[in-house]
Design a protein around this ligand. Structure first.
Ligand SMILES: [Zn+2]
Ligand SMILES: [Zn+2]
Length: 299
């Protein structure tokens, strides 16, 4: 496999095999174009980047800073990490995160389940009988919503694979309302209670993010969450990767199709009134949001 320049290729992309230098160029312009074309951070004065210490959010943080510097934008960036308190996992990624943030000179803010709910995820699971990933997801979303309010935009590390998997899963579950929330900028309406969420890696394949993070030498540990279990998402991931072996464009095509139907979907779901949780005031489909419901059980 050789790059168009004649050098040995390090990866196959939708524009052909690329060497290290040409891949870095391709990858970065892909991310920068996403910032430009979808105006991810225009009008923002301060940005939060949701970080975990994994490759996706680290690359997002790095390239956001690079973009802001290249364009000479007057924007503050802060890294926001949610510490669930998962032994044998989070302490390692937080260590990596501290190193990355100090290298990049980006302030790191850590909010934890422990300080917010009085219990770590590990401790909560001993008191509440529910699936670990479900409880974790509910509490994470709650904290992300709550602390997002301090920023004009919050950027997340979701990549093309994540987006394509979510789209497939939402189709198979007939979750049209959730599809309406997809896209490079999340949410159907901008209203108080929701900080805009945007995905700079929207057009980047997971494999490309991985190779880019290796080339850049971020030196991240690849620890897996001990609660990770095989899920519907895993099936969707494998399925899409198998299709991609046949045609490298499948994920792009799927997401291009999503973008074609998205404006109509967003319009269709824009009129619903937002209900709020009676206890915390966060947006919720029920009277009391799931986070407050579980918080009560912990009390
Ligand atoms: Zn080349
Ligand atoms: Zn609530």
């Amino acid at each position: 496999m050789f790059c168009h320049c004649g050098k040995k290729a390090v990866i196959e992309t939708r524009i052909g095999p690329l060497c290290k230098e040409h891949f870095v160029e391709f990858f970065e312009s892909c991310v920068f174009d996403t910032f430009d074309n979808f105006e991810l951070i225009s009008n923002a004065k301060n940005i939060g980047v949701a970080v975990s210490g994994g490759k996706d959010s680290t690359v997002t943080l790095y390239l956001t800073q690079k973009y802001v510097e290249n364009k000479n934008l007057n924007i503050e960036i802060e890294a926001l990490c949610i510490d669930e308190g998962i032994k044998g996992y989070r302490e390692y990624t937080i260590n990596d995160l501290k190193r990355v943030c100090s290298d990049l000179k980006v302030p790191l803010r850590i909010v934890s389940f422990k300080q917010e709910f009085n219990y770590t995820l590990d401790e909560s699971l001993k008191k509440i009988n529910t699936k670990s990933c479900r409880l974790c997801g509910i509490f994470r979303r709650y904290l992300l919503n709550k602390y997002s309010k301090d920023y004009d935009v919050i950027l997340t590390g979701h990549n093309l694979d994540d987006e394509a998997q979510s789209f497939l899963m939402n189709i198979f579950n007939a979750n049209t309302d959730l599809i309406a929330r997809q896209g490079p900028i999340t949410g159907v309406i901008s209203s108080s209670g929701f900080t805009t969420r945007a995905k700079p890696l929207f057009w980047c394949r997971e494999k490309e993010v991985f190779v880019y993070s290796l080339i850049k030498g971020f030196n991240l540990r690849f620890v897996e969450c001990p609660y990770a279990s095989s899920s519907f998402r895993e099936v969707a991931r494998t399925f899409l990767n198998e299709l991609e072996l046949e045609d490298i464009n499948v994920k792009y095509n799927l997401i291009n199709y999503l973008l074609r139907i998205l404006p109509d979907l967003k319009k269709a779901y824009a009129n619903g009134e937002i209900k709020r949780c009676k206890i915390c005031g966060e947006p919720s489909s029920q009277e009391i949001c799931r986070a407050c419901y579980y918080k009560k059980q912990l009390a």
